[in-house]
Ligand binder design. Structure first.
Ligand code: PEP
Ligand code: MG
Length: 750
């Protein structure tokens, strides 16, 4: 057995890495005894050798190709290049990972001026043979010589219109002239005649199709999707069968379940007397697969049995391609079928009900992007999930939580968000951005009064106005979340973010606050920061205005105790200090929080357990995580700020720049959507490990926008974080991704 070429009877479905998906499944179907036209696979190892040898098929591999063709001749009883009984083959790409930029198919290889007459004898008509020949030249021209298909199509159309005008060509003449014109196109465009020698045709086609693996388009795609060049691509070389031979012939593509709805039962199309890959020329009618029973009752029944067998064998919905040649069925491909998000969850649930797969396999096979899409459609488009879809969704999410190890919490701003988070199945609140509560219609004015306060008395009066708002909001959140963890972050943004910008806004606000415009404008000027994202924010605010941190802590503790009195037990409360960069700074703010909490306990005559932790969102905090961990109860990696600061790239001003960099292949993807695991991730991983060394039981999570991204979630699982926290609508997708990360890890540990 050569590592470069594998006959179908030498492989199996487990050899996808070597044979590609198509090749591995053709080998599997051959082993199952299904009617597969015989052939062989040019393996990914041959692909790698091809590039190592300077993009050539060297003599030794060419000899092996000869042997494989001879084997094919023996099996089919036909001969490559024979004018009497010619063997023709198809060459198809067999990818290990799906890459849309690869060449697709070349059919009818082996046809030339001599073998075309042999095919006419076999097929019973010159028209059929000439038609097949013209298709081969066209596919050769486009795949090997990169001549646009349109050049061939327009030539054919011209010939056809001449024919209809003068009505002088017979069908056979038209096809004969088409072949001749196509050959001229090849000569004109390449300076070389269309190759007549079948082995030369084979060598050229294989070389060209392997060559697509390193085309500019494929390289760009590979880089973007982080697909290694070493994976390579395989090709399938297979004896031709003809769906266009006669009226008893057809081609078809069928799903074993409806890919749109997931409904059980075959669903697909077939075309009588047609050949794949030549749609511009197909005048034939596309029919639904059920109609096949009327056209070919026996073959239909045979096919339906095979389809069911394949689904059972592969334990998933299959997408199948077949050809019927003169009443005989041939299987050309089977693979995991594409499906809509709605179909994906229905199929997963039903495969479990039908005992075809277990729950783990069902959960592992769903894409979290599909779950995200179902939720977004249901909420943003007000389309609401249909009851059946909602049922399936609930079932899947229950299974998801059976496998999930890591917590999935929500990032929220208000009590309303908390309600939604619970509905989405959040385990708790990972980040409540407390400042958002100040953005309400009247509240913003009260908050600005606080900012404008000029004396302690004024400030404390303003704080007393804000206190009940915050207490009430926190109380509602605790009541909604019951005993689930709730992490409330102290005020983070620079205060001037709350102030008006335009003259008109300043005028309006001054009127509202009964204050002179001049005074207001002067205050805004004093507060101005050139770079507020690196200015007086987060922990720095608490250091400058401890009474704000004190009021917020008192609101949190009061609300928690009040909620606890209404419920059966106390809520699970955490106070989070944002934008910390030194351990001393953390300690300072922590002491403000602890003192305020103690005062509150005293006043209320009751205590509760609470923890105080920090966001790790500045590079310095990450680098000093061991020191911070000595004093903090938990960490939450704020990957929005951390990404900005590690890259030195603003998340709000650089969208265009990032897009440009991705296009120019200088970034793989937007680092604000999916965590840059190699750079920012390296820092996080180091900080997590140092933090854990200092405090082995340190709880750690991630709460940047990356918390809803499946790849990032996998990364968090790998470095053993305790939870991720993300926006509410991404929670179901994140739960699924967390379950899949756990399943993945358990497989690796098997
Ligand atoms: C972060 O920086 O990742 C974070 C969650 O905080 P914010 O987005 O509010 O700055
Ligand atoms: Mg932040």
């Amino acid at each position: 057995m050569s590592e470069f070429l594998y006959s179908f009877n030498e492989g199996s479905r487990n050899m996808k890495g070597l044979l590609g998906e198509k090749g591995a499944n053709l080998a599997e179907m051959t082993a199952m005894g299904l009617p597969v036209p015989f052939g062989f696979v040019v393996t990914t190892e041959a692909c790698r050798k091809f590039f190592r040898d300077g993009n050539t098929i060297v003599e030794s591999v060419m000899e092996q190709l000869h042997e494989k063709i001879q084997e094919l001749e023996e099996v089919t009883g036909k001969k490559f290049g024979s004018g009497e009984n010619p063997l023709l083959v198809s060459v198809r790409t067999s990818s290990v990972v799906n890459i849309p930029t690869m060449a697709d198919t070349v059919l009818n290889l082996g046809l030339n001026d001599k073998t075309v007459s042999g095919l006419a004898k076999l097929g019973g008509s010159n028209e059929f043979a000439l038609d097949s020949y013209s298709r081969f030249i066209r596919m050769y021209g486009s795949v090997v010589k990169k001549i646009p298909q349109a050049v061939f199509v327009s030539t054919y159309e011209k010939l056809k219109s001449k024919e209809s005008l003068k009505t002088q060509y017979s069908e056979e003449e038209l096809l004969y002239r088409t072949v001749e014109e196509y050959k001229k196109i090849i000569l004109r465009k390449t300076g070389k005649p269309f190759p007549q020698e079948p082995y030369l045709q084979l060598k050229e086609v294989i070389s060209a199709m392997l060559g697509y693996w390193n085309s500019y388009a494929t390289m760009t795609y590979r880089e973007f999707h982080e697909i290694s060049r070493d994976i390579g691509v395989a090709l399938v070389v297979q004896a031709m069968v003809f769906g266009n031979l006669d009226d008893d012939s057809c081609i078809g593509t069928v799903f074993t379940r409806d890919p749109r709805t997931g409904l059980k039962g075959t669903c697909g199309r077939f075309i009588v007397k047609a050949q794949g890959g030549d749609l511009p020329f197909a005048d034939s009618v596309v029919r639904s697969i059920e109609e096949m029973e009327d056209f070919f009752p026996d073959v239909y029944r045979q096919f339906i049995k095979i389809a069911a067998l394949l689904e059972k064998h592969y334990r998933d919905m299959q997408e199948i391609e077949f050809t019927v040649e003169s009443g005989k069925l041939y299987m050309l491909q089977t693979k995991k079928g594409r499906r809509s998000p709605e179909a994906a969850i229905k199929i997963a649930v039903e495969l479990v009900e039908e005992k075809i797969v277990d729950r783990k396999t069902a959960v592992a096979g769903i894409k979290s992007a599909d779950v995200d899409k179902l939720i977004v459609d249901a909420f943003h488009m007000e389309a609401k999930m249909r009851p059946e879809v909602a049922d399936n969704f609930r079932t899947i999410m229950t299974w998801v939580d059976e496998f999930r190890v890591m917590g999935v919490r929500a990032n929220i701003d208000t009590p309303e968000d908390a309600g939604l988070a619970l509905q989405m199945g959040a385990d708790g609140i990972g980040l409540c951005r407390s400042e958002h509560m100040f953005f309400g219609e009247e509240r913003i004015y009260d908050f600005i009064r606080l900012i404008m306060a000029e004396s302690d008395r004024e400030r404390s009066r303003a704080l007393e106005v804000l206190r009940p708002y915050q207490t009430e909001d926190f109380r509602k959140i605790f009541l909604i979340m019951e005993d689930r963890p709730v992490t409330i972050r102290l005020l983070d943004p620079s205060l001037h973010k709350f102030m008006p910008k335009s003259e008109e806004e300043i005028r309006q606000l001054a009127g509202k606050l009964h204050m002179s415009e001049k005074k207001l404008a002067a205050k805004i000027k004093v507060m101005h920061e050139e770079n507020p994202l690196m200015g007086k924010r987060g922990a720095r605010l608490a250091v400058s205005y401890p009474d704000i941190a004190r009021m917020q802590t008192e609101a949190i503790i009061t609300a928690a105790i009040e909620a606890g009195r209404e419920m059966d037990g106390m809520p699970d409360v955490s106070v989070m200090i944002p934008f910390v960069s030194t351990a001393r700074e953390f300690s300072k703010v922590r002491s403000i929080v602890d003192e305020a909490a103690a005062a509150c306990f005293e006043k209320m005559g009751e205590t509760l357990d609470y923890s105080v932790g920090t966001m790790i969102e500045t590079p310095r905090a990450a680098l000093m995580s061991d020191k911070i961990a000595e004093r903090a109860d938990f960490f939450s990696f704020g990957t929005n700020d951390l990404t900005e600061l590690v890259y030195g790239l603003s998340r709000s001003d650089t969208e265009n720049l990032v897009e440009d960099y991705v296009k120019k292949d200088l970034l793989d993807r937007n680092p604000f959507y999916s965590l840059d695991q190699r750079g920012v991730g390296k820092l996080i991983s180091m900080a997590a490990s140092d933090g854990r060394k200092a405090r082995p039981k340190l709880k750690m999570g991630l709460c940047g926008d990356h918390g809803g991204d499946a790849e990032t979630i996998k990364f968090c699982r790998d470095i053993e974080l305790n939870f991720v926290s993300c926006s509410t609508l991404r929670i179901p997708g994140a739960r699924l991704a967390a379950a899949q990360a756990a399943i993945d890890a358990s497989v690796k540990n098997d």
